[in-house]
Write a protein that binds this ligand. Sequence first.
Ligand SMILES: [Ca+2]
Ligand SMILES: [Ca+2]
Ligand SMILES: [Ca+2]
Ligand SMILES: [Ca+2]
Length: 379
Amino acid sequence: MLELLLLTGCIETGGVVASKSDTTTTDSTYTPYYTPSTTDTDGDLDDDGYTPEDGDCDDDNVLVSPAREEDPEDNLDNDCDGRTDEVWAGVTAAMMDTEGVSDLVTLDTLGEELDSVRVGGDCMPNFLAAYGSGWVASGAVMMPGAGVDEVAVPVVMHIDEEGDCTPLAEFSDPDEYPYGVYGVATTPDGRIFATTVGALHEIDLAGSLSTVAEWVCNLDDPDVHEAAVTGLVWDLKTGTLGLFDYFGGFATWDETTGLNLLLKGDIEYPAITTFTGTVKDGGDFFAPGVDTVTGDYGLYRFDRDGAAWELGQTWTASDWAPSMLAINSDTGDGYVTANRGAYQTVWRLNVATGVQADFYQTQSGSTRSFAGIISNYDE
Ligand SMILES: [Ca+2]
Ligand SMILES: [Ca+2]
Ligand SMILES: [Ca+2]
Ligand SMILES: [Ca+2]
């Protein structure tokens, strides 16, 4: 949390995939009424409303397109997110005690603890992303310092399924990275991205670091300031990164069009602030934000057409202060790591009923606190 406090300390004040739904069918037994033609002229061979350019990952099958729901039993990747027959399986959250010892706690769909992995190597994961059978995280690692025993060095790290942790890249140079490193995102083919508030970087497992995009982050000058990006997530379906601005802005990045600043954050009078955000498969980006006028928290969805945040469920800060958010892409339910009195909890935001309730909580008086949380899917 060191680097989070650093940015907070500097703050004086205080941020869809076009759906051809008319062509959507939800009947998974639907079969084509015609034979796909090789002389098709609109580029949509199976006439399901999506060309391969639109993201149809099987243009010979109407049961497969970005508009489909996943059928978990047909051995097809119906929704074109790169995963076959996936079903939401719960969450994994990073937890740290006051000594800096971290665990990655995996909960099942009912909030029961399935597994807990002790993170080694003096690593302290904060923001979390899935990476194969393990994880990539930003955070800090304790290292010997000049004249002192140990210092917390901001890093992006790899953690394998046994908890073995390897720092991949350091962000300790205060001139280059005055705020350290924040959100991380990973892609199914093994790419790793991280944000240092004013830039987007790509990192590989060998530790090489390259800058993918830069923007102006100047908290002293609202006229030139563009964004202070703290949250990062990769949308599997659209191959797009979502970038969440601490002061309520939002941007996307993809390989073809690069950075697209959709909403500029207001460093003087932000409508909302948020550290983080995540995605519901298909370009629906969500953030747990605080309304800077009322002080209330809420689950915000970014409306890409209106370039504005849309408020969903709300709650008051006296009930619980959110840390990070995961979304169940099957239902849209939110899972928020939060502190409430002596407890550390994962709260579930049920979108169908509006009910907000404990999904998991630590023992009273626990010295542990939650950080990043991600959804898991069984395939
Ligand atoms: Ca098609
Ligand atoms: Ca298709
Ligand atoms: Ca899928
Ligand atoms: Ca399927």
